[in-house]
Design a protein around this ligand. Structure first.
Ligand code: NOJ
Length: 549
C-alpha cells in the first residue's frame, strides 16, 4: 500500500459482515474466501477500505462478538492463510483492511475464562474478569443492579468446583460474553499481543467494539438509570460502565503501538456517546476516528440533520480529528427501511411479520437522498454492505430463524438485528441469489424472495439503479476531493425543508420538504434518483450534487 498521509481523514470505509457477504464453500455461511473473490465489487464501488466484523473463533452467541481466540480464524470462515490471501487481494486492489477488536468482553469459551472458572474465588485467574460475591442472603442476588444490553441482569452466577452456587461474573452483553477487567495488567498484555499479531500480518487498523465500556467505575456502584442508544450523562455524571476516564490511557497505549508501524494504521471507536464526549476519544494521541452515531440516529428532518452536522464538525474540529458519517451498520435497521416509517424508529429492535411495515419506495428514495448528503460532507464515511444496492431490512423473517441473542433474552419481545444481516444477493437468477455456490446449502438466514431485484448483476446493468448512483457519487467524491471540505451552508436555501451546502467543488442540495424547490445554477453531477430534477425543480425526497462554475 502507499503511505498516503492521513488517508483515513477522508476515507470511505465499507463494512463487510463476513457471515453474510459471500459464501465461497457453499455451506450457507459467508467466509473469507468468498469475500476475497468478491472484493472487486468493493473496489469498483470506489471505497478506500473495508472493515471486517469479527471472523475469529467464536461460538457465535453474538454474531462473533463473543471471541474465543483473538489470534485465529473460525473454521467456518476459513484459516489464517485465507486471511492473508484476503489482505493480499485487498491491498492489490488498493483497498485497506480494518479488522474488529473486541476488548470489552470475550467468549465464555476463551481459554482465560475457562481457566478463571476452574480457579477459586479470589484467585489471580479470576482477577482478569469481574468476579464478585453476590448480595443478600447466601449471595443469591447479583452484586449490583446493572442490566445487560441484551436484557436481564448483567451478572451470571457460576457453580464452584464443590458444586455449590458461587460467585457472579459481569457481562454487559450476553452471559456468553464475560467482561475483561482492564485494571489487570495481564489484560493489557493480552491485547497488545493481539494488536501486534494483526498489525504484523498487514492490517491497516482496528474498529474497536464498545471501547467506551472497557473501564468501569471503582467499586462497580449501582446505576438505577436505563441506558440505551446514545449514552448521556445524568446530572453531569456518566454511568459507571461507560466513558470512564481510564479508557483514554488504554487508547494511548494502543496508539503508541500503531504508531510504531508504517502506513498510517488506524483506530476507529465504537462508542454510542454524544459528539462532545466522542471527541475526547479522538484527541491527537488517542484514536484516529469514531463512528458518528448521533448522525446515524437522526430522523429524515432537515433541522435535526443540520444541527448534528454542525455539532459533530465543531466537536471533532476542536481536537483536530476528522468527523465520520454513517447511516447503517450490522446493528441497526437499514436506512432504506428506517426512512420508510413516518415516526421515529427503534434502531435495534427489529421488525416482525405482524408489525407495521415500512413504505419501501419512500424509504429507498429518502435513503438515496440521505446518502448523497452524507457522502458530500467533509470527513470519512462508513458504508454497510448492501446499502449500495438499496437493500431493505428483512422485515418478514420468520421468528423461528432469529439468531440475535436479544430475541431469546427479551422473552421474545425484542426481535433484534437479524433483519440487517441477511446474506447479500449477487446474481438475480442463481440459487441463493449467488451468495453461495450453485449446489450450496440454505443460507444461514433466509433471503427474502424478492432479493433478486437488488442483486448486484441486475443493478450493475441499470444506470438508474442505487448501485450505479453510489458508484457515480463515490467517483465524483474522489475526483473532486469533495471530502476535504470545508463545509459552507448556503444560508439562503437551507431551512426547515432543505439542506444546501458546499463542500470542496460541489454544492449539495437535498429536499426534505413537501414541495419541489428550485435547483441552483450549475451542472448536475449526480442525482439521487433519475427523476430528481424536473423542469429545473428538485423533487421531494431527492438530492443532487451540483458542480460550480
Ligand atoms: C457492538 C457490536 O457492533 C454488536 O454487534 C455487538 O453485539 C456488541 N457491540 C457487543 O459486542
Amino acid at each position: 500500500m502507499t503511505d498516503d498521509r492521513d488517508w483515513w481523514r477522508t476515507a470511505v470505509i465499507y463494512q463487510v459482515y463476513p457471515r453474510s457477504f459471500a459464501d465461497g464453500n457453499g455451506d450457507g455461511t459467508g467466509d473469507l474466501a468468498g469475500i476475497t473473490a468478491r472484493l472487486d465489487h468493493v473496489a469498483d464501488l470506489g471505497a478506500d477500505a473495508i472493515w471486517l466484523s469479527p471472523f475469529y473463533p467464536s461460538p457465535q452467541a453474538d454474531g462473533g462478538y463473543d471471541v474465543a481466540d483473538y489470534r485465529d480464524v473460525d473454521p467456518v470462515y476459513g484459516t489464517l492463510a485465507d486471511a492473508d490471501a484476503l489482505l493480499d487481494r485487498a491491498h492489490g486492489l488498493g483497498l485497506r483492511v480494518i479488522v474488529d477488536l473486541v476488548p470489552n468482553h470475550c467468549s465464555d469459551q476463551h481459554a482465560l475464562f475457562r481457566r478463571a472458572l476452574a480457579a477459586p474465588p479470589g484467585s489471580p485467574e479470576r482477577a482478569v474478569f469481574h468476579f464478585r460475591d453476590g448480595r443478600g442472603p447466601g449471595g443469591d442476588e447479583p452484586p449490583n443492579d446493572w442490566e445487560s444490553m441484551f436484557q436481564g441482569p448483567a451478572w451470571t452466577r457460576v457453580t464452584e468446583a464443590d458444586g455449590r452456587p458461587g460467585q457472579w461474573y459481569l457481562h454487559l452483553f450476553a452471559p456468553e460474553q464475560p467482561d475483561w477487567n482492564w485494571d489487570d495488567p495481564r489484560v493489557h498484555e493480552e491485547f497488545r499481543t493481539t494488536l501486534r499479531f494483526w498489525l504484523d500480518r498487514g492490517v491497516d487498523g482496528f474498529r474497536v467494539d464498545v471501547c467506551d465500556a472497557i473501564v468501569k467505575a471503582p467499586g462497580l456502584p449501582d446505576w438505577p438509570h436505563a441506558a440505551h442508544g446514545v449514552v448521556e450523562p445524568v446530572d453531569g455524571v456518566m454511568p459507571p460502565m461507560w466513558d470512564q476516564e481510564g479508557i483514554h490511557d488504554v487508547f494511548r497505549e494502543w496508539r503508541r503501538i500503531l504508531d510504531e508501524y508504517d502506513g498510517q494504521r488506524i483506530l476507529c471507536a465504537e462508542a454510542w456517546l454524544p459528539p462532545e464526549r466522542v471527541a475526547r476519544i479522538v484527541r491527537p494521541d488517542e484514536m484516529h476516528q469514531a463512528f458518528n452515531f448521533a448522525y446515524l440516529s437522526l430522523p429524515w428532518d432537515a433541522d435535526a440533520i443540520r444541527a448534528t452536522i454542525d455539532v459533530s464538525l465543531a466537536a471533532n474540529g476542536a481536537v483536530g480529528a476528522p468527523t465520520t458519517w454513517v447511516l447503517s451498520n450490522h446493528d441497526v435497521m437499514r436506512h432504506a427501511s428506517r426512512f420508510g416509517y413516518d415516526g421515529p424508529v427503534e434502531l435495534e429492535a427489529g421488525v416482525g411479520v405482524d408489525d407495521p411495515q415500512p413504505d419501501r419506495a419512500l424509504g429507498l428514495r429518502r435513503a438515496r437522498a440521505a446518502t448523497l448528503v452524507m457522502l458530500g460532507l467533509p470527513g470519512s464515511a462508513y458504508l454497510y454492505q448492501g446499502e449500495e444496492l438499496g437493500l431493505p431490512e428483512a422485515t418478514t423473517l420468520p421468528d423461528a430463524v432469529r439468531q440475535d441473542p436479544v430475541w431469546e433474552r427479551s422473552g421474545h419481545r425484542i426481535r433484534g438485528r437479524d433483519g440487517c444481516r441477511v446474506p447479500l444477493p449477487w446474481a438475480a437468477d442463481e440459487p441463493s441469489f449467488g451468495f453461495g455456490t450453485p449446489d450450496g446449502t440454505a443460507t444461514w438466514l433466509p433471503q427474502p424472495d424478492d432479493s433478486g431485484a437488488f442483486a448486484v448483476d441486475r443493478e450493475v446493468a441499470d444506470p438508474g439503479s442505487t448501485l450505479s448512483t453510489y458508484r457515480a457519487v463515490l467517483r465524483t467524491r474522489r475526483d473532486l476531493d469533495v471530502a476535504a471540505g470545508p463545509l459552507r451552508w448556503d444560508g439562503d436555501r437551507t431551512g426547515a425543508d432543505v439542506l444546501a451546502f458546499s463542500s470542496g467543488a460541489v454544492t449539495v442540495v437535498a429536499n426534505l420538504g413537501p414541495a419541489p424547490v428550485a435547483v441552483p445554477d450549475g451542472t448536475v453531477l449526480v442525482a439521487s434518483v433519475p427523476d430528481a430534477v424536473v423542469d429545473g425543480m428538485l423533487q421531494v425526497d431527492a438530492a443532487v450534487w451540483i458542480g460550480r462554475g
